[in-house]
Design a binder for this molecule. Structure first.
Ligand code: 4AD
Length: 430
């Protein structure tokens, strides 16, 4: 028994595969073609009545698209076939038939809603499957990079008592007789872990009660986060440029077929990535595009796109005014109005990464927590404040949405298309 991806190693030999039927094409009563996809790759199989005999050939009448089958046959090179090979079938058996409605469940013309309702069927096809495979590869490349830099993986809790990123986007959960939240970011817990492991990462879901219905927002997304002891802002930017370069290089090296399927020509990252301060970005948007951003407010989706368009490549937006960013961002000692924080803006993804050096001055943190609306209760953060009492060190970290990274790498425009089962304001099923 082999997997379809290994077929090129078996040219001229007879093999057996277990797979699903993607397509059945009969030509008259004596010849049929099956497109087979087993989750690793696709191959076309040729069935001839003359070679199989009536009994086996007629089993074809009992199957339709989606059926699972065991197929035995000889592998031949065929330059016309998309995989470069075809299988001349000598026997096949039905594992489980498929209801004939399978083909009607979802078609290329189905509405977005139907496609999402039937997501479990949509990703049984090679193209959507390739996204899931690609995501798995990207996770592997990220972990490779993290381990090569001596980071350890930790798993902080997802049910939390205190917010990390702002109250309006919190999902509240009933926790026995208390109120708790689903985590928005594992950052604060990762910061605790550097005192134990020095450099750490986690890859876990984060939850945002996002009202914004944009092609880049999910209510639950996969969050790649790291935290590094004894690392300043510049060290972090360098780490991140290395990380993105590593993943892009590995994708170019290994995932050419998937890039081709998505019509994406991925180029190595140009480093250093272009940078612009928040102040300069606001000025540029006004002067060049007549887009008015009231100073100190968020640069939203559309102007963010303008900035990316303007640079024609990824750009790091940095030095945000301190009141725009959460209390944990370090104040720039050369310019106390701004923080040592950055957003990485990337084509397709928009804001791909939120990064920064962490505040270590406990008084500055207290002041900013008190100014938040509503003010943050220091007692709930006693464990986080303790980090600043006992041997604090300069440290930095970032968060990146895995789905947005995949959007950028494959050039996909909507986040729902790169997500196994998207969760949004209007979608909780399947
Ligand atoms: O910029 P954010 O909110 O930063 C944090 O949560 C930090 N505490 C992370 C850290 O430093 N450890 O989110 C980080 C990234 C964004 O840049 C974006 O890629 C992704 O998380 N993200 C979302 N992805 C999909 N849907 C959403 N609703 C997202 N919100 C943020």
């Amino acid at each position: 028994m082999i997997k379809i991806k290994d077929i090129p190693d078996y040219e001229g030999k007879e093999v057996t595969i277990q797979t699903w039927v993607q397509l059945i094409r009969k030509q008259g009563k004596k010849l049929a073609f099956l497109s087979l996809f087993d989750g690793t790759a696709s191959v076309q199989a040729i069935l001839r009545r003359q070679e199989l005999g009536d009994e086996v050939f007629e089993k074809l009448d009992l199957i339709s698209r989606g059926a699972s089958v065991t197929v035995t046959g000889v592998i031949n090179k065929d330059i016309r076939a998309p995989s470069g090979f075809e299988m001349k079938v000598s026997n096949f058996e039905i594992i489980h038939p498929s209801d004939e409605n399978y083909s009607k469940e979802v078609t290329p013309d189905s509405s977005v809603d139907v496609k999402l309702n039937k997501r479990h069927i949509v990703f049984r096809g090679p193209k959507t499957s390739s996204i899931l495979k690609f995501q798995s590869h990207v996770l592997k490349y990220l972990r490779e990079y993290f381990y090569s830099k001596d980071l350890e993986e930790v798993i902080p809790p997802l049910i939390v008592k205190a917010q990390a990123e702002g109250g309006s986007e919190l999902f509240e959960v009933k926790y026995y007789d208390k109120k708790a939240y689903l985590t928005q970011s594992s950052q604060l817990y990762l910061e605790t872990a550097i005192f134990s492991l020095r450099d750490v990462f986690c890859i876990l879901p984060s939850f945002r009660a996002e009202k914004s219905r944009t092609p880049r927002h999910l209510s639950e997304y996969r969050h790649i986060e790291t935290e590094h002891a004894f690392m300043d802002f510049e060290g972090l930017i360098e780490f991140l440029e290395g990380m993105i370069s590593h993943v892009i290089d590995r994708v170019i090296e290994n995932d050419g077929e998937i890039l081709k399927m998505w019509d994406k020509e991925l180029k190595p990252l140009k480093t250093p990535i272009a940078r612009i301060t928040y102040d300069d970005a606001v000025k540029l948007l006004k002067d060049e595009y007549d887009i008015e951003i009231p100073f100190g407010t968020d640069i939203s989706d559309a102007p963010e796109r303008k900035l990316i368009e303007h640079f024609g490549e990824p750009v790091i937006l940095h030095n945000f005014p301190k009141h725009m960013k959460p209390f944990y961002h370090k104040i720039d000692l050369d310019n106390p109005e701004v923080t040592r924080s950055a957003d990485f803006l990337f084509p397709e993804a928009g804001e791909l990464i939120g990064a920064g050096e962490r505040e270590t001055d406990i008084e500055s943190m207290r002041e900013r927590m008190a100014k938040m609306d509503p003010p943050l209760n220091e007692e709930e953060y006693y464990w986080y404040m303790d980090l600043r009492k006992y041997g604090s060190v300069p440290h930095s970290g970032f968060g990146m949405g895995l789905e947005r990274f995949v959007m950028y790498l494959l050039g996909v425009e909507h986040i729902r298309d790169v997500t196994l089962f998207p969760r949004t304001v209007t979608r909780l099923s399947p």
